[in-house]
Design a binder for this molecule. Structure first.
Ligand code: FES
Length: 258
């Protein structure tokens, strides 16, 4: 992990409150594993805590990476106002990332995402396709307006969308699509990133699967394992915890209490 003043190449609005920021800098060379995150300093003196944002795309040829984030408060609002050419203080890449070494050509991989949990699944999908895997993305959104990156995911393989209000795709939650698709095949591996409710359901469903992984979300401060602001209780233990920023954010199903 290193720290650098990275340069913003582009910044664009993808959906209401959802922004994509492309960055360039030496740190891109260290971004290899999908599912890791960057810790961005907000350029306003009173906002001390960095904002953890997962890496959406890595492009070593252009020496660029992209992040996608939702404006949820002052910090992300300030970040959304930065423009191309501006510098931003970035630490990273941080966290363990999705384990994909064991993925083999021809394997069927299930990738489940919800809302702002979806961005890291794009780089994951790209890398799995590059390994020759067949990917099935199932994604959940609140409604049609909040959908982003649909075309980009469709270009990589099978893709299904559910919206809570039924304004696009299947009405309801991702489980509805999951139930139908799982009657037809058994995934060789499963990767999930989304809200806690979704993680809980998928965790239970794939608790005995040997290669099912969840990306956890937590409030963070240092982002590098020093402050214990992000601890999460381990499953089947009254006392053991793990740091989401350091030992996570990716865990196997059954590893933590959700
Ligand atoms: Fe400090 Fe995780 S945020 S230990």
């Amino acid at each position: 992990m290193k720290q650098e003043m990275m340069t913003i190449v582009t910044q664009r609005l993808l959906a209401p409150q959802i922004y994509e920021m492309t960055l360039t800098g030496e740190l891109v060379k260290q971004m290899i594993i999908p599912g890791q995150f960057l810790h961005l300093k907000v350029p306003r003196a009173d906002l001390l805590l960095r904002r953890p944002i997962s890496i959406n795309k890595i492009d070593h040829e252009k020496n660029e990476c992209a992040i996608i984030y939702r404006v949820e408060g002052d910090g992300t609002d300030v970040l959304s106002q930065l423009q191309s050419g501006d510098k931003v203080d970035v630490m990273g890449p941080l966290g363990n990332g999705f384990p994909i070494e064991e993925v083999k050509k021809g394997e069927k991989i299930l990738i489940i995402g919800g809302g702002i949990g979806i961005p890291p699944l794009y780089e994951l999908s790209r890398q799995l396709v590059a390994k020759g895997a067949e990917i099935i993305n199932i994604q959940g959104f609140r409604n049609r307006e909040t959908i982003f990156f649909e075309e980009e995911f469709r270009e990589l393989g099978e893709m299904h969308i559910a919206t809570s209000d039924g304004s696009y795709g299947t009405e309801g939650y991702v489980c509805k699509i999951l139930d139908t698709r799982l009657k037809e095949f058994n995934p060789d591996a499963v990767y999930v990133c989304g809200a806690n409710g979704m993680l809980k359901v998928v965790n239970e469903r794939f608790i005995d699967h040997p290669r099912a992984y969840l990306s956890l979300e937590a409030r963070m401060a240092c982002g590098m394992g020093a402050c214990y602001a992000c601890v999460c209780p381990k499953a089947n233990s009254e006392t053991e915890t793990m740091r989401v920023c350091k030992e996570g954010p990716i865990v196997a199903t059954g590893e933590v209490a959700l």
